[in-house]
Design a protein around this ligand. Structure first.
Ligand code: AMP
Length: 283
């Protein structure tokens, strides 16, 4: 695996790969890698791509300064995981390299409705930052394929929209990869390593709620299931941001189960300082 810190060096290397007819698969991350990230690298590799992974903790997408400052940095362990997963190129830029004109004047994109619901509502400015960094990274890497996790489903929808806004939806294929979970169902996340033991023990309640929302989709009344989930989460010690169902195509929120639409259930809840999100496709 080759490692680049400078945009110019990375681009020179990628150009040489493309001249040899390689197809570039790109996996943007914020590091503190786990098997969820690894699955994206392995999928890209298995599909025969030259795999570029970036590790960049993007300051402009953190609405919570404390969350940014405490974000785990584990570059040496990450490098080893990437080598073992078969990653070809690691891009490790500095903030100046990504935002040479500073972080204040970076181009922003309008994601409309997607930026006002769920994560957009609870984390104001978050998707603006995600759009900025992914927009810039795509301009740098110019991949053929972009691999992202269903774990951040709303982010996937935002990036789909970003590709449309940039007119790149035909040039760059977005591949949404399944959620990798711990044995008890907890979705893997870089933030999980900040959970205390008691917090870790209750963390899988979120997944249990998602499974119950899924298994009761023919019961007729999402409102009752939603209320029970919020009560259970709160009883276990979470502060629940939302328990929602939506149309999986456009994330339009649904008041009730609708078997005529592909549905997704989504939960965000905080345990102590740690905010966890997860989702499940229903039908
Ligand atoms: P992050 O480092 O959190 O920005 O995540 C980088 C990429 O890995 C994003 O596309 C995430 O959706 C994806 N990802 C994170 N956790 C998981 C998981 N448990 N399973 C699958 N993909 C994941």
């Amino acid at each position: 695996m080759v490692i680049f810190k400078k945009v110019a060096d990375l681009q020179k290397y990628i150009s040489a790969q493309i001249e040899q007819k390689s197809i570039i698969g790109f996996v943007p991350t914020m590091g503190a890698l786990h098997n969820g990230h690894r699955s994206l690298i392995e999928k890209a590799k298995a599909e025969g791509k030259v795999v570029v992974c970036s590790i960049f903790v993007n300051p402009t997408q953190f609405n919570d300064k404390n969350d940014f400052e405490k974000y785990p940095i584990t570059v040496d362990a990450d490098t080893e995981i990437l080598i073992n997963a078969g990653c070809d190129i690691l891009f490790l830029p500095s903030v100046d390299e990504i935002y040479p004109g500073g972080t204040e004047k970076v181009q922003t994109f309008d994601f409309g409705y997607l930026d006002t619901i769920l994560e957009g509502e609870k984390r104001p400015g978050h998707f603006k930052g995600v759009g900025q960094v992914v927009g810039r990274l795509l301009d740098i890497v110019e991949p053929h394929y972009l691999y992202m996790g269903q774990k951040d489903y709303q982010q996937c929808m935002v990036i789909k929209k970003l590709l449309e806004i940039k007119g790149k939806q035909n040039e760059i294929q977005l591949i949404i990869c399944p959620i990798i979970r711990e044995a008890d169902g907890l979705a893997m996340s870089s933030r999980n390593r900040r959970l205390t033991e008691p917090q870790r023990n209750i963390a899988s309640t979120i997944y249990q709620c998602l499974v119950s929302i899924q298994s009761r989709q023919n019961s007729g009344d999402f409102g009752i299931v939603q209320k029970e989930c919020i009560e259970l989460l709160n009883k276990k010690g979470f502060v629940t941001d939302y328990v929602a169902i939506a149309d999986a195509r456009d994330l339009k929120l649904l008041d009730n189960y609708d078997q005529d639409s592909p549905m997704i259930a989504l939960i965000a809840a905080k345990v102590g300082e740690i905010r966890l999100i997860d989702n499940i496709l229903l039908n």
